[in-house]
Design a protein. Structure first.
Length: 468
């Protein structure tokens, strides 16, 4: 069925000027219904697609990986979206302080009911009017809503800060994990070569009648164990690489080449005491600040809920012009100042206040519980770092002793002064010492990062820590 707006004007038969005005209104309304809403650049949904890093073929430093993660990790995108939503919430709350203004255009043709049999004229009327509604005064409902929106915005900014620190922590831990497992794979390959050398030596001694077949079997078992350790470490390395790729916002199958780590500073504890670190965490940990902001949100909501049950003063005004064809036209206006006093709402207002008070108590309890968790996290991170610093020196001494013991055992076995068990035991001790040395350095690097995150002062790494 086709739409013919001109037939409508034939029924009304208004003046030429009004015909044009009404025609324009109907055409605009029809187009607005038919056309889809315009897409705004800021409102367009952004679909995150894990990119294929163009720089994946060159070695990447920790600084570059962190920068990629802050730009590409979906968690940071989500945090920024939460901030934009909270900013819109503040603007929405501010709208309550402005008047509501509406414009209305009407056109009507009607014939009254007639049961007398007399002729009744058909009337045509049209007009325009403007109405205003303005809340002049309340007792805290608007201000409480606005304060609630502002504290929600502050909470979103603090949450974004916490998200950034979480992403940095995730990247650094995955980065050190990959470097550590690379070193473990290298150490296991060296242990595999040592096991292969031992097997060849035993086979030579077996050929010359100086070793038994049992010694050969023992050497072969040691070689198989070295292969198993290498295969396990290679599998762990592949998993760590995937975790690092996801942390920087890419697909897990993207293998990132890492630049060699520059010279690390000597392992040491922070200059500040653990008590000072706990105090720093209470003041700087974004999660705690978010909890405090949520307390303010709950308090503002309680204030707004209480204000909703108090009187309000409102102004309503209307002005318009109406024309009746064949009779004449007239102007009309009205103004109304009203004071609304809530008397009874089925005890719903009291229940709403009790609910808001409970929400405030819950927010305070959550803040106290979170503070305890943060303090425990700082304490554990400090003790882990303290242990890691001590084990670095111990693991270095262990590795040196294990290397000397393996050399002596190898020489004694070649000269027939030691058994195959002595040699294999020394080689196993050396392999374990290599891994423990790597693990100690990895624990120290990861522990330093974890302590910075626990205190709330973790920042992106600087260029000086990496080699170009």
């Amino acid at each position: 069925m086709r739409y013919h707006p001109e037939r409508l004007f034939m029924l009304f038969s208004p003046s030429k000027t009004m015909k044009t005005a009404i025609l324009l209104i109907i055409m605009i309304s029809s187009l607005s219904l038919l056309l889809p809403p315009a897409a705004h650049a800021d409102d367009a949904p952004k679909t995150f697609i894990a990119p294929r890093l163009a720089t994946a073929q060159r070695p990447l430093t920790l600084v570059q990986l962190t920068d990629m993660a802050l730009r590409q990790n979906p968690k940071t995108q989500l945090a920024w979206a939460a901030i934009r939503s909270s900013e819109a919430g503040v603007e929405l709350a501010k709208a309550g302080y402005w008047p509501l203004i509406d414009a209305t255009v009407t056109a009507q043709r009607y014939r009254p009911l007639n049961f007398s049999g007399l002729t009744v004229n058909t009337q045509t009327r049209y007009g325009a009017s403007v109405s205003l509604s303005y809340l002049l005064w309340d007792f805290g409902a608007r201000s409480g809503t606005l304060d609630q929106a502002k504290f929600e915005l502050a909470s979103a900014h603090l949450s974004q800060n916490q998200t950034v620190q979480d992403v940095i922590l995730q990247v650094e831990q995955a980065y050190y994990q990959v470097l550590g497992l690379q070193a473990v794979v290298k150490a296991n390959r060296q242990s595999l070569n040592d096991a292969q050398t031992n097997l060849e030596a035993v086979q030579d001694r077996r050929s010359s009648g100086m070793a038994t077949v049992g010694e050969v079997y023992q050497a072969e078992a040691a070689l198989a164990g070295a292969k198993l350790s290498l295969q396990q470490s290679e599998g762990q390395l592949a998993g760590a690489r995937g975790q690092l790729a996801v942390a920087v916002g890419d697909a897990p199958d993207m293998e990132l080449k890492l630049a060699p780590l520059g010279t690390l500073e000597p392992p040491s504890l922070p200059e500040r005491s653990v008590s000072e670190l706990l105090a720093d965490a209470r003041d700087a940990r974004p999660e705690l600040l978010v909890a405090k902001a949520q307390e303010q949100v709950a308090a503002a909501k309680l204030h707004a809920t209480r204000g909703a049950g108090l009187p309000t003063l409102n102004l309503d005004a209307n002005a318009g012009h109406t024309k009746v064809q064949g009779i004449g036209d007239s102007n009309q206006f009205s103004g109304l100042l009203s004071l609304k006093i809530p008397l009874f709402a089925g005890f719903g207002d009291r229940a709403a206040i009790h609910q808001a008070e409970a929400a405030l108590d819950s927010a305070r309890a959550n803040s106290d519980d979170l503070r305890s968790q943060v303090e425990l996290e700082v304490w554990k991170a400090y003790q882990n770092l303290r242990t890691a610093v001590a084990t670095v020196d111990t693991s270095e001494a262990q590795l040196k002793s294990a290397q000397l013991a393996a050399e002596v055992a190898n020489a004694r076995y070649k000269n027939g002064l030691a058994t195959i068990l002595d040699l294999l035991s020394a080689q196993t001790t050396l392999a374990n010492a290599r891994v423990q040395r790597i693990q100690a350095l990895l624990d120290w690097a990861a522990g330093r990062t974890a302590l910075g995150h626990a205190v709330g002062g973790l920042k992106a790494p600087e260029n000086q820590t990496e080699s170009p």
